[in-house]
Design a protein around this ligand. Structure first.
Ligand code: MG
Length: 558
């Protein structure tokens, strides 16, 4: 089996230390608690863990306001505890990715304080200043409605400072050579402590030119190459997974023509069109997004996700498509955020419908890329819309029926554990689902195991198979992946009704090719030639390997 480029065929699990498991009973998750849950993650089949920020922070934006890049927030533990964690992951064959938030610091960071206090300080140039309020100060906010401007007066500094995000998150002047050198130093530090890569926050803003009254802030892509070069020198296999919600035509600029910039990016285009497909039953825009985002260097990979810690951003959809998704998944104003997205977790969006949840996860696991699972989604956790902004989908992990869902012994958890209704911890928790062979958790574990045995998806090329269902719109997505003379076919019915779907395998496949069902005994033999006819139930899905039954256990590399 190929071990290089591990991220091409990985399963990433993202979590926040603060809300995962509390070992010391102070109500806040910590590294000691997380270490106790590593066997759970390994059992689920996770091959890489991505941690949200855990560095010292005033926590006014869930840790995305870092006050010290070289430490662990004492609430979560110590650097020693962190190394125990990376070592524990290594022993279990899991890689570690950590959030790298270097577009901005906290306004409580010593660099910013020093920059404000002393105009002669070397840190003054590490931030972005203007003596007058720039004309475009009230544009380009990341959190419209909550955030009023991108330039704020700093009394002590007697100048305006630039902040793309909240006013307590001053932007770093990332074009400054000393700032860039510091970013490398930060990466080097964590690599030394056992990290395998970084999920880089807000990449387009990190590489954008910053300053007052810039008309078109050009991207400085070369910065990404220098980050990657440094990683390669320091640790073989270390990667950057970029958060860059950009239009597909700039994807290659971020990856680099020869893959010399980012190794991975999240596929926001596919994410948004996937939710549209699930809302409308129409796959055509999703197919377009799959084709638009297909070009990428052989060494690059997409991170394929459903939900993350932010709102479900729908900014890339047309107004009509966006309204369709709002209507289906977030009809109340209270479920929407910043006029562009939905702040709910996946399960309540899909009304807890097991068929639709399985369809969604099956798509996440089989669309081109490496799946990224958000903590709690493996058991179908819900949200708490009484909590402000994005906190509603960041509640503590539900482990058991014990008080506070087994997350903490404290009666005051950092965020309230969901305790009421169908998503309350008494009904929905890991312990109960572990005992139930038909639970979502055990289904997910089986699906992840099978997905890891399909390197065709991670490594291969895909084609969309022409299907006919008798319906006017394309309700069924049928994809065929090929890699090293093996092929896999994955079929998904987005519609609420059963569909009889017909399609032909391409001429590369043997004319008598049986489609071997990888999840049950329900194989499909061709009707005539390479033509198959499959009856899919409402929201049904199938994973097949192309070829005779002996292919069932055949691995692509043997
Ligand atoms: Mg604790």
């Amino acid at each position: 089996m190929i071990n290089d480029l591990w991220y091409k065929n990985a399963v990433v699990y993202c979590l926040s230390v603060a809300t995962y498991m509390d070992a010391n009973g102070d109500g806040i998750g910590d590294f000691k608690g997380l270490v106790r849950r590593l066997d759970y993650l390994q059992g689920l089949g996770v091959t890489a863990v991505w941690l949200m920020p855990f560095q010292p922070s005033p926590n006014r934006d869930d840790g995305y306001d870092v006050a010290d890049y070289y430490g662990v927030d004492p609430r979560y533990g110590t650097l020693g505890d962190f190394v125990e964690f990376t070592q524990g992951c290594k022993q279990r064959g899991m890689r570690v990715l950590i959030d790298l938030v270097v577009n901005h610091t906290s306004d409580q960071h010593a660099w910013f304080k020093e920059a404000c206090r002393d105009p002669q300080s070397k840190y003054r140039d590490w931030y972005v200043w203007s003596p007058k309020k720039p004309k475009n100060a009230d544009t380009g906010m990341v959190f419209p409605g909550v955030q009023k401007t991108t330039w704020t007066w700093q009394k002590e500094a007697r100048a305006y400072y630039f902040h793309r995000f909240y006013n307590f998150q001053p932007d770093l002047n990332t074009a400054h050579p000393d700032v860039q050198a510091e970013i490398l130093k930060i990466m080097g530090f964590w690599l030394q402590l056992g990290v395998d890569g970084f999920r880089m926050d807000a990449v387009p803003f990190v590489i954008a030119k910053k300053g007052a009254n810039l008309k078109r802030p050009a991207e400085q892509y070369d910065m990404l190459r220098s980050f990657t070069e440094f990683l390669t020198w320091r640790k073989s296999g270390a990667i950057i997974l970029g958060e860059a919600n950009v239009v597909p035509k700039t994807d290659m600029a971020y990856f680099g023509a020869a893959g010399e910039r980012l190794q991975m990016m999240f596929n926001f285009d596919v994410n948004q069109h996937l939710f549209y497909a699930m809302a409308s039953g129409d796959c055509a825009p999703l197919v377009k997004a799959l084709h638009d985002t297909n070009p990428r260097p052989a060494t690059a990979q997409w991170g394929l996700f459903l939900r993350n810690h932010d709102e479900l951003d729908l900014g890339r959809l047309t107004e009509k498509q966006r309204q369709a998704v709002f209507t289906a998944f977030g009809p109340d104003k209270n479920m929407q955020l910043y006029n562009r997205g939905i702040r709910r977790r996946l399960a309540p969006m899909l009304q807890g419908d097991r068929r639709r949840l399985e369809l969604a996860y099956s798509l996440m696991l089989t669309l081109p890329g490496t799946p990224v699972v958000r903590y709690g989604d493996e058991i179908g956790m819900g949200d708490d819309l009484d909590l402000p902004e994005r906190n509603c989908a960041r509640t503590p992990m539900q482990w058991s029926t014990e008080p506070q869902g087994g997350f903490t012994k404290s009666v005051k958890p950092i965020l309230p554990v969901i305790s009421e209704g169908a998503y309350g911890f008494e009904h929905l928790n890991v312990a109960a689902q572990r005992r139930d062979p038909n639970s979502l958790l055990n289904w997910m574990e089986r699906m992840i195991r099978m997905r890891k045995e399909l390197p065709e998806i991670g490594w291969g090329d895909f084609t969309i198979l022409n299907t006919s269902t008798g319906a006017k719109t394309s309700l069924v997505l049928a994809m065929r992946y090929q890699w090293r003379n093996n092929a896999v076919v994955c079929i998904h019915n987005l519609a609420a009704d059963p569909q009889e779907v017909r399609f032909s395998l391409p001429a590369d496949d043997a004319p008598d090719s049986t489609l071997v069902n990888l999840l049950s005994d329900d194989h499909s033999r061709p009707e005539k030639g390479r033509r198959h006819c499959i009856l899919l139930e409402a929201y049904g899905y199938r994973w097949f390997r192309v070829g005779g039954l002996d292919y069932l256990l055949k691995r692509s590399d043997t």
